[in-house]
Design a protein around this ligand. Structure first.
Ligand code: LLP
Length: 418
């Protein structure tokens, strides 16, 4: 993934690509999400090129940022997709993505979602439990189809990340227990409406140590060899996503290091390798642009109250996640002070950043960085706040890729009693 910075100062203007953020704020208003087409493109291309000697498919994890313009950009670059709902499948199709390069993850697939995915001829179902396998077999049989499957195994490795986003431990709800996987494969191989295609795992997110990926692949390969003894041969290995990015001072895993760690274990093996990166493709290609409404001194704390809030970017409130905040136009002579950057929502947890040294005044613009992944997609309408606009920058041009919601949009589906 690319660590190129999203923002640079040009002649005193903080810019994304060649466009000053102040111009974007003037044109589209705040708060808004701003993405760089060049950084998105580079992040995808770097990942796709990381395994030159192998047959690989990069299935972008749609959940990280599902805007149609981003899906369309990746589709044009050749990406496949990792989806977790019928809704995400429809987005992939609407964006011109290829369902035949799409894998379907998630622990709670409904029968209707399975039918739709089969009708669209998706590449593979990443099956997470025995009852799901049996349901899928029924659905496929009724449609006189064979459902392509991979079983998601839970390798029980510690990804050393935030507990809410670790998914490969045996205490998590994801995947089938390692010890049970072989039996489930045997069961799958006896089901005529099931076609075994591969094996998959996803151990967590925002992982900054390469070792857990190697450990997970070791466990997966152990299982692959056992399955071979049972006469079950696989076409692909899907290692999920999880590569972390730099929010503050993390040292992210270099793609070359990731590739070397996996390649060392894959010598003499010719599986197609599937990856499901989300955050590492979009996280550092997007920011949240917000304006300071008020400066407020409360007791011994100083607050910068901005027009973005936890409903727009929930990661700080939910995970105590750190997002760097930079001032868009620091003025000469302004003195810096320590601020909590908070929103207008009526919750004490409504903060975007805490205890940051900044020189700001009311009316200033701030950029909340590394907000391209799990930002807009996790936004809500709490406090009847319309979701922000989304803008894609391409060189000197900007494109509105999601219009700001109106308040009417928010209650369009509601009705008073007769
Ligand atoms: N594949 C599967 C099956 C997943 O569950 C996920 C993410 C991915 C791929 C993509 O992982 P990534 O490359 O983005 O790490 N909302 C949290 C992150 C939740 C991740 C959920 N699964 C956050 O804001 O940090």
């Amino acid at each position: 993934m690319s660590n190129a910075p999203l923002v640079q100062t040009r002649e005193n203007d903080l810019c994304v690509e060649d466009l000053p953020l102040a111009r974007i704020a003037a044109e589209y208003g705040t708060p808004c999400y701003v993405y760089s087409k060049a950084l998105l493109t580079r992040a995808y291309n770097d990942f796709a090129a990381a395994f030159p000697e192998r047959n690989t498919l990069v299935c972008y994890a749609v959940k990280a940022n599902s805007n149609l313009a981003i899906l369309n950009l990746f589709a044009k670059l050749g990406a496949g997709f990792d989806i977790v709902s019928e809704g995400e499948l429809q987005r992939v199709v609407a964006a011109g993505g290829d369902p035949r390069k799409t894998v379907f993850s998630g622990v709670g697939k409904r029968a209707a979602e399975m039918r739709s995915a089969l009708e669209h001829d998706i590449l593979c179902f990443n099956v997470e439990s025995e009852p799901e396998l049996l349901r899928l077999a029924d659905v496929a049989r009724d449609m006189r189809r064979r459902a392509p499957v991979s079983i998601r195994v839970n390798p029980d490795v510690d990804p050393k990340t935030h507990p809410y986003i670790a998914t490969g431990l045996k205490t998590n709800k994801f995947g089938v227990a390692f010890a049970e996987a072989r039996t489930i494969y045997q069961m799958a191989s006896a089901l005529p409406s099931i076609e075994i295609l591969g094996i998959d795992c996803h151990i967590g997110s925002q992982i900054t140590d390469v070792a857990p990926f190697g450990d997970a692949l070791d466990k997966v390969l152990e299982l692959v060899d056992e399955l071979a003894k049972d006469g079950i041969s696989l076409h692909h290995i899907d290692l999920g996503g999880g590569i972390g990015i730099r929010y503050k001072d993390e040292a992210p895993i270099a793609l070359s290091e990731y590739a070397a760690t996996l390649n060392a274990r894959l010598v003499g093996r010719n599986y197609q390798m599937i990856f499901e990166p989300g955050r590492s493709l979009v996280g550092n290609a997007g920011l949240l642009l917000t304006r300071v409404e008020y400066i407020k001194q409360g007791g011994d704390r100083r607050f910068a109250i901005v027009d973005a809030a936890m409903n727009d970017l929930i990661r700080p409130a939910l995970y105590e996640a750190y997002h760097e905040v930079v001032s868009v136009a620091p003025r000469a002579g302004q003195t810096a002070a320590v601020y909590d950057i908070v929103g207008p929502v009526c919750e004490s947890g409504d903060f975007l950043a805490r205890q940051r040294l900044l020189a700001v005044e009311s009316g200033d613009l701030l950029a909340v960085l590394s907000a391209g992944a799990y930002g807009s997609v996790m936004s809500s309408n709490y406090n009847t706040r319309p979701r922000p606009a989304e803008i894609m920058v391409d060189g000197r041009s900007s494109h509105l890729i999601r219009a700001r919601e109106s308040v009417r949009d928010l209650y369009a589906h509601e009705k008073t009693l007769p």
